[in-house]
Ligand binder design. Structure first.
Ligand SMILES: [Zn+2]
Length: 470
């Protein structure tokens, strides 16, 4: 594959992008026959760009950056001479983000967990991580086509895969034993400076003493990681559901501090399954390119969780948007939920809907869904250290976009993020985040329910399908 920076899209790349667009408009098969990309003399013309991505030459429309401009026109499209002309390369701009091109074309840019760092992304450079640019590009195309529909004599209709803003609430179960010997030893290492501190030193020392007193049965302090009832009760109060990803214990430094077969874990998983929450696999560190190992781990999880789905998220979000997804797909997983930036909330692929990842080797969409992650508790509270006002400002901006486009707001909140000593007020913040999201009147679905809906694809009948969104 040659460098996309010096050419327009290939036919495979064009097909991939139009395939994603087909989730939002019909009948695309008919429309496609009338499209010319770059050269050609058809009724619908998409101007193409063979230029490099140059952040200093990007044009904006309605405040939205268009990565690959193709003319001096200020408007996105014009209808003239009986033709609909898109004046900039919206398809290449959409492909660049949705395919993860910026990631797989720069394989050397990875952090210690194999993740593409946010600071190397075009969204960081342009300050647009809170905007699902691909959705805007698609909406402009839909708007142009709807305006031009009469002249085409085609009954063009909008499609809406999920109908309205959909909450995808998820929990990664990394740690459940706050006072375990392993964690206490780690805390001791923190107190003497052998490990980085994650809270004030006096709290670390206090934790060590409490753990020792609990162990000696002098005290019986509540375990702030055992929050299954708390989370379930809050979700049931709001009428929400969620997906829980359980991590195998594989003998590594960063893996689980529990076994699937532990009695208390068995009870929790059974209760979750009885209450129709979804159980999925949390892929441990070291499995980034090992689909068959992940498949074996899912089989082990199913001995405790017989209803566990074929859906997965990688621990630390340690996933490669091509290699890991290809491995998962070949191993039979149906949906991955790993692809969000750990360091910053927002739209890593510029898109707020589930999508099929692009495989640059085959030039085609992979046989697996990705539900991109937009917001993780650790991002907000640990990496970015936002106060509660900033948390609501940020998730409000993301949820507003998901509402506008009828997309998925995907949230990860760990069961182990309720330690009031590490983050004072965090339990209240969790409830307030849910209250805040409930005000969007969303649908709440598990991972499985979302992809079943995407597979069935039933457009919402209540949508006014012949009007642009903005
Ligand atoms: Zn994890």
């Amino acid at each position: 594959m040659t460098d996309l920076h010096h050419r327009a899209l290939s036919s495979h790349e064009l097909d991939y992008t139009l395939g994603a667009l087909a989730m939002h408009i019909e009948p695309l098969v008919e429309i496609k026959k009338l499209i010319s990309y770059g050269s050609g003399d058809n009724k619908i013309i998409f101007k193409s760009s063979s230029a490099d991505l140059d952040p200093d030459r990007i044009v904006t429309a309605d405040g939205i950056p268009i990565l690959f401009p193709a003319s001096d026109e200020k408007t996105v499209y014009t209808i003239s001479g009986g033709r609909l002309i898109f004046n900039h390369d919206l398809l290449k701009s959409a492909f660049y983000l949705l395919s993860g091109y910026q990631e797989f074309s720069q394989p050397d840019l990875r952090d210690q967990w194999g993740r593409f760092p946010y600071r190397h992304s075009i969204q960081y450079r342009l300050g647009c991580i809170h905007k699902p640019l691909v959705n805007y590009y698609f909406e402009w195309i839909i708007k142009g086509l709807l305006e031009y529909a009469d002249q085409l004599k085609i009954d063009i209709r909008r499609r809406s895969p999920l109908g309205k803003i959909t909450l995808h609430l998820t929990h990664d179960v990394d740690s459940v034993r706050y006072f375990s010997a392993r964690r206490t030893l780690y805390r001791i290492a923190q107190t003497v400076g052998l490990r980085p501190a994650d809270m004030k030193r006096k709290f670390i020392v206090g934790n060590v003493l409490t753990a020792i007193c609990n162990y000696l049965k002098i005290t019986n302090k509540k375990n702030p990681y055992w929050t299954f009832d708390l989370i379930r009760n809050v979700e049931r109060y709001f009428g929400f559901t969620s997906t829980w990803f359980f991590l195998p214990k594989v003998g590594g430094v960063f893996d689980a501090d529990y076994d699937f077969e532990d009695d208390d874990i068995r009870q929790v998983i059974t209760r979750l399954e009885q209450q129709d929450f979804e159980i999925g696999l949390h892929g441990p560190i070291g499995t980034i390119r090992d689909g068959s190992r992940l498949k074996a781990m899912l089989a082990t999880l199913r001995r405790t969780a017989p209803k566990a789905s074929n859906n997965i998220r990688q621990h630390f979000l340690s996933a490669d948007s091509v290699d890991t997804l290809r491995q998962m797909s070949q191993a039979g997983f149906e949906c991955d939920c790993s692809l969000g930036f750990s360091e910053h909330e927002g739209f890593r692929f510029g898109y707020c809907h589930p999508f099929r990842p692009f495989d640059p080797e085959t030039g085609q969409a992979m046989d697996i869904w990705e539900i991109p992650l937009q917001v993780m508790d650790v991002t907000l509270l640990m990496h970015r250290k936002l106060n509660s006002d900033e948390v609501f400002e940020s998730i409000g901006r993301i949820a507003d976009e998901c509402r506008l486009f009828g997309g998925v707001f995907s949230l990860l909140w760990h069961n182990s993020t309720f330690d009031e000593k590490a983050v004072p007020g965090v339990s209240r913040l969790f409830e307030d985040v849910y209250l805040f999201l409930s005000q969007y009147s969303p649908i709440s679905l598990t991972t499985n329910e979302i992809i079943q809906k995407m597979n069935r694809y039933s457009p919402s009948v209540s949508d006014d399908r012949r009007k642009p969104l903005f």
